[in-house]
Design a protein around this ligand. Sequence first.
Ligand code: PXP
Length: 259
Amino acid sequence: MKKTILLGVNIDHSATLRQARYREYPRTCGQMVEPDPLALALAAEQAGADGITVHLREDRRHIQERDVQRLRESIRTRLNLETAATPEMVDFALKLKPDSVCIVPERREEVSTEGGLDAAARIDELRGIAADFAAAGIVVSLFLDPEQKQIDAAEKIGAPFIEFHTGAYANAYYDRDARSRELRRLCRATEAAANVGIASNAGHGISYVNVAEIVEVPHLHELNIGHSILCRALMTGIEEAVREMKARIRNGLTVPPRP
Ligand code: PXP
């Protein structure tokens, strides 16, 4: 029987939507601040998410420290924290103790994490950070492009997991040759990781369309998916949201307020 691939739901963009209106969060008091990433995480868990992923970016453009702390206190599955390999972030993660960390590169100007970490260029530094996380009981993953030299580096660093960056595959999806080249690259990478005892996750740009092909990549343990799920949630929720607002406009105070 085929092994079940787990789903980690990345909820960063619920906070992107909140920050678009409430920049002052968490200083905004006494107001209903929406959407609440924690409420979304709990609903995702109800629907079967195997874990919740957030990225506390250096510029705090979406998720804030308080979000991560509330998630740590309340979610029932696993908290996976994407983190840059900086002293500030490593300290934060060691204190917070998420179930796992995924070490990602971070450039302020990027819209999202646009490439994998260059682990091969930072082996000694990352080996130390990975050892600190492992000693704290936090599972370590490195977000890497599907390249042999990065897999070799992950082995030297001692990371038990690699999350392979699927962005190049997702971007090539509508170009048949490039897509099959990128898919082969991912398959070779997960095979190579398995050969040295490293488990493979994958993420970035995975959608309701391309996931059917992604699940054919061998040895995958978990997919981390954010943008596409949040977009789908907006689409599937819009009709009920509009219907309810129309009813409230029509019926005014006769409709009891929702919490
Ligand atoms: N995994 C990692 C390490 C990421 O940085 C991201 C993007 O924030 C994702 C997965 C999710 O990507 P997407 O939002 O495109 O599904």
